[in-house]
Design a binder for this molecule. Sequence first.
Ligand code: UD1
Length: 314
Amino acid sequence: MATYLVTGGAGFIGSHLVDEIVRRGGNVRVLDDFSTGRADNLAHHGERVEIVRGDIRDLRTVMGAVDGVDYVLHQAAIPSVSRSVEDPLTSNSANVDGTLNLLWAAKHHKVKRFVYAASSSAYGETPELPKVETMREGPISPYGVTKFVGELYCKSFALCYGLHTVALRYFNVFGPRQVFDSPYTGVIAIFANLLLDGKRPKIFGDGEHTRDFNFIANTVQANLRACEAEVPPGSMYNIAGGKRISLNELVEILRELTGSDLEPIYAPERAGDIKHSLADITRAKNELGYKPSVDVREGLARTVEWYKGLRVRA
Ligand code: UD1
């Protein structure tokens, strides 16, 4: 059975990847510094999953973690746009230096495939929608820059060293286990929990910003397909639902699902925010066989149920 290293494996996306690999009978090692990841997310696996506690900025740690694995699924990062605007240096060191360490170790240990969690923020504020992989990039936030640099490194390692890399440009991923008690987390986690707590969500801007929200199960599926599909080294794919909704529409659906009638508060737009985001997912469908299996509404319903469950368990 193949062995997978999931960096950031105690986090939201990483821990769902771990679950699916274990479900399929694979071996998993997790590398996580537990800065935002939680042991709880992996506790149900007991000894089945090997955990390496460490920082991806430390090359020795990374070299050890990659030793003996077939696939690297690199999810560890500081994922917030607004946090990168406040502190670009820390985002850069984790997202760029950390990724370079992993690529270097993957090349050294001759891993079969290196799958990188890239970001739709690489497209930046170009007006054309939907975003297609052939478009010119133009990230506007420091975060978008760091994630795009990671992608460029993936491509460069494919070209210079023959490392088989695949970059997946995630569009706004959401679902159970997404942290909700941090200002830097995703908007769905924030809004769902405010409404469940009887508080009003705060929309930055007029609420007409749109996002292509994608449920976690779809992202997991894309990663495992990226390990198996016969695609050229250095490939890159949009991973999304292929539909967009506005923040106003999002609040409306969440109000329905939480049974709340609270109105949102409107506040000034945030620096570094892009206005609209929508993916063309044709390439991922054709080349990876990716097919989003859970749509936004169903995903939101499952997510709200999960956050409700947290309150029951507390
Ligand atoms: C998100 C991801 C990023 C990913 C990118 C891909 C998070 C934290 N960030 O960035 O890692 O690479 O998608 O497309 O998951 N908003 C509010 N009120 C709030 C919080 C947010 O109105 O309380 C707005 C933001 O201003 C923005 C939208 O909601 O317009 C989405 O914000 P956010 O969830 O932080 O995601 P992105 O910035 O799109």
